[in-house]
Design a binder for this molecule. Sequence first.
Ligand SMILES: Nc1nc2c(ncn2[C@@H]2O[C@H](COP(=O)(O)OP(=O)(O)OP(=O)(O)O)[C@@H](O)[C@H]2O)c(=O)[nH]1
Ligand SMILES: [Zn+2]
Length: 398
Amino acid sequence: MSLAAEPISPLLRTASRSVQRVVSELRRGDLVMLQGGDGRALLVRAAEMADAPALALVRQAAAQGGGGEPALVVTDKRAIAAGLLTQAVEPAQADPMGAGTVVIAPAPGPSNKGTSGQGLTPDLVRLLADPTRPGHATLDITPIVRPFPSAEGEALLLVKLARLLPAVVVAEVPAARAAEVAARNDLLTVRGADVQAYQAAGESTLRQVVEASVPLLDAEDTRLIAFRAPDGGVEHLAILIGNPDPAQPVLARLHSECFTGDLLGSLRCDCGAQLRGAIREIAAQGSGVVLYLAQEGRNIGLMNKLRAYRLQDAGVDTVDANLMVGFEADERTYLPAATMLKALGFHAVRLMTNNPDKLSQLARWGVQVVDRVPHIFPANGHNIAYLRTKAEKAGHLL
Ligand SMILES: Nc1nc2c(ncn2[C@@H]2O[C@H](COP(=O)(O)OP(=O)(O)OP(=O)(O)O)[C@@H](O)[C@H]2O)c(=O)[nH]1
Ligand SMILES: [Zn+2]
């Protein structure tokens, strides 16, 4: 059951290298240069770290290159939650995950109610980008909707990959002067085309790194097989119980990471019970596999999931909370899961799930789902609304 390294194209290798580097800069709060697929150049900084000195640096770098004033870019879902847009951007104009891109550009001057006449300020960025900040925006600013692909949309994809709030501060500079501004300010540059290529193919190549025996309380005959993307990105685990016969449909569970539920035993969700329940059930049936996918919080990351929890504490449901933070209701793809299953030699599964999206995506990525095994556990006093919302809004088969 060993896996030869999947080939990765030189083009994707170059794309992932520059995307990963820039993601790391953004996570550190640094400024980067984006040469958009639409031919425009943007200075980009994560909105989450846009304090006063950071904004001043954006202004200064933009001014050096004859560029414009900073603007804030958010998703259409976030713009709606902030009261700046009334309806979502049409699917044809949205990025591949469904998010539309909205630019809020307060020009300096007295005419913009709510902006203090100073253009984009740290307070305004926080108010519009971070839903956990109290306060409401009443601005006389018409948001600009940018159809994807646009440089702004690519900038949003970058901060999503960085697992930060999906919002960026940008300033456009003339494309002809982008290289000069980047060099003068020691900025990493990324091409929008690379961001898109990475987004489309980033998780289709996974490598098996190491395999070790890890006897579990409920399944002693268990091996962990660790997979890593060749770009050094996130690591996923296969929890292989017994010796499943690849010639037969294997009993399988795709489990998205949930730090709070899996590790801490949080009662807000059903993840802990589902994970341990799957291991028990597979062991009882003799063999099977749990794929432990690094997709915390339906792939918005732990920090953003905790933000969504704060909104849920104020009465918002789990789907709307994701939208208010600026994400889609569910940001997961099961391409890594399909890649791992095939690498392990499994081409047909009996899938333990209540989530129809897992069934259809696995089929789409070339794994045959011969049967669905319901995977339901009793609700507790804390997760009943969460489970109801999954059934009513996310189509879960409960
Ligand atoms: N964003 C967000 N994520 C949550 C919330 N509650 C749980 N999660 C995440 O949701 C995911 C649940 O994963 P799974 O149990 O694999 O998937 P599922 O969609 O419930 O489908 P099945 O359990 O297979 O029926 C985990 O990544 C959790 O961290 C929430 O309120 N908000
Ligand atoms: Zn959970």
